[in-house]
Write a protein that binds this ligand. Structure first.
Ligand code: FAD
Length: 497
């Protein structure tokens, strides 16, 4: 059976489903293919479950520390099963919301694995046989958007295959709070899980090979976070390179690592490997019947699969490098009419990046001029206090010899921060020394992840502090700290000695 669409999207994560909705809104007859659950990694195994668990863990910690506000609770306990239920309910509501949105916008939803063939044809191997018993079908479209996402990477280190060595997917599946957990990798995913499980009473150790946590972020943020997590009982080793993992005869696992040229080891019940994610592009090009193992489990990908996928992609006119698909700024690959977005393309692997790329590709396909500036990407870490960053840091400015001035405000005199006893944070805004244009911002304070949006808007529109100060900020709000950092750039913050 052949069915023609204007647009077929393969992959229903935050890149794919947003692209499909935008395409349909712009008048394209659109279909979306998803082999698992709509919402992708973000809703099912990423952004949403981690934030739900962080919310529960932080709430528990706040209740235990409630004495600071005169609130004393006794016999406060964690029922981890109920925490997992709350997390799953949140996920399910959002996933069903995505399906309703796709339906409401007239997008055809196909449940199965999509394989890209020549001439913009797509084979769909259905997850369940169709009503007429068909297990597969073929469709074609003027335009195709590939949005296959990514899967957790593992290090090529002995012992990675041992039972108890988990990726983020496996950690979500645990039904118990681990007694102890060694986290390999002090990036965003590593530190967020460290916060969750240390708050819930697990003994957490982080091994990070680079000299600091959150290596790409402002130095001050990394240092502060290290201090805060240590205070909460997390054992942190930076410059610590994992050598191998082996079974502990006493139970659990032993991680052997090198730190400052010394061989060290740590024993724990579980090990979390949080060392980044690999593009899931191969599954888009290889027929699931021939490569049943990868259809079941992306982690089963071998060099043989990747090479076969790259060759198939190449024959279609698509270039892949280390598994990532190469595109232009609109997401267009080397093959006419075929676009790629989200975690399968080179760049920052974040849900809002995938969505913005999806909107851009759909707009381009529909003949509109894409609007969003894909170069300005806010990064957020949902620890307590929250961390957010966009644009350049002071260190970046120094490295590129860009003349800048820095407006920094410590939140100790911000009313809202004092009320919630979260006054040990800061907002730092970086502006060009000559033009005044805002170039970057870093925040480590309550609600930083919400407040960074204003800075992204400012950078994207080349605004200056005085333009941003035209609008008032309500009192009392955390957002007043942003106003104070802007005032600091203009000559002096009001509430700062
Ligand atoms: P995905 O979300 O991975 O979706 C791809 C979809 O395509 C999947 O549903 C998959 O089943 C489907 N698919 C793949 N191949 C096929 C095929 N051949 N046929 C049919 N369907 C197919 N990002 C943030 O911005 N903020 C956060 O706070 C955040 N937290 C995270 C926490 C964790 C623990 C993890 C793991 C990730 C987190 N991320 C976060 C990253 C974010 O989840 C990803 O960047 C985002 O989901 C990428 O979107 P995507 O649409 O490109 O791919």
């Amino acid at each position: 059976m052949m069915s023609n669409f204007d647009l077929i999207v393969i992959g229903g994560g935050p890149g794919g489903y947003v692209a499909a909705i935008k395409g349909a809104q712009l008048g394209l007859n659109t279909a979306i293919i998803e082999k698992d659950r709509f919402g992708g990694t973000c809703l099912n195994r990423g952004c949403i479950p981690t934030k739900a668990m962080l919310h529960a863990a932080d709430l528990y910690r706040e209740i235990l520390e409630g004495g600071r506000f005169g609130i004393h609770a006794e016999k406060v306990t964690v029922n981890y099963g109920e925490v997992l239920d709350y997390k799953q309910e949140t996920i399910d509501k959002l996933v069903s919301g995505v399906e309703q949105l796709l339906k409401a916008n007239g997008v055809t939803m196909l449940k199965g694995t999509g394989t890209l063939l020549a001439d913009r044809q797509v084979k769909v191997t259905f997850a369940e046989p169709a009503e007429d018993g068909a297990t597969e079908s073929y469709y074609d479209a003027e335009h195709i958007i590939l949005a296959g996402g990514s899967y957790p990477a593992k290090l090529p280190v002995e012992g990675m295959e041992l039972q108890g060595v988990l990726t983020s997917d496996g950690l979500f599946a645990l039904k118990e709070i681990p007694e102890s957990l060694t986290i390999i990798g002090g990036g965003v995913i590593g530190v967020e899980f460290a916060e969750v499980f240390s708050a819930l009473g697990c003994k957490v150790t982080i091994l990070e090979a680079l000299p600091k946590l959150l290596a790409n972020l402002d130095k001050e943020i990394s240092q502060n976070l290290k201090m805060i997590l240590k205070k909460r009982g997390v054992d942190i080793h930076t410059g610590a390179s994992l050598a191998k993992i082996e079974k502990d005869p006493a139970g659990g696992l032993i991680c052997h690592y090198t730190e400052k040229d010394k061989d060290q080891s740590i024993s724990s019940q579980y090990v979390l490997c949080a060392v980044g994610r690999k593009p899931n592009a191969a599954g888009l090009f290889l027929d699931p019947e021939e490569f049943a193992d990868i259809a079941e489990n992306s982690a089963a990908l071998t060099t043989k699969h990747l090479e076969a996928a790259a060759q198939t992609a190449h024959a279609l006119g698509i270039t892949m490098e280390r598994g990532f698909i190469e595109t232009d700024i609109y997401g267009q690959t080397g093959a006419p009419g075929i676009y790629a977005i989200g975690d399968i393309v080179k760049g920052i692997q974040l849900a809002h990046v995938a969505s913005a790329q999806g909107i851009t590709a759909a707009e381009k396909i529909a003949g509109h001029t894409p609007n969003v500036d894909l170069a300005i990407v806010p990064s957020c870490i949902y620890t307590s206090p929250e961390i957010a960053s966009v644009g350049i840091t002071e260190e970046d400015a120094k490295a590129s010899a860009t003349p800048v001035k820095v407006g920094k405000y410590i939140t100790s005199a911000n009313g809202k921060s004092l009320i919630s006893k979260e006054e040990r944070g800061f907002v730092k805004i970086i502006a060009h020394a000559d033009t005044g244009e805002i170039l970057g911002a870093q925040m480590m304070c309550a609600r930083a992840t919400d407040m960074i949006g204003e800075m992204a808007t400012a950078i994207a529109n080349k605004l200056t502090p005085s333009q941003l100060l035209k609008g008032m900020r309500a009192h009392p709000t955390y957002n007043e700290a942003v106003g104070e950092a802007l005032e600091e750039l203009e000559g002096g913050a009001i509430h700062m000695a």
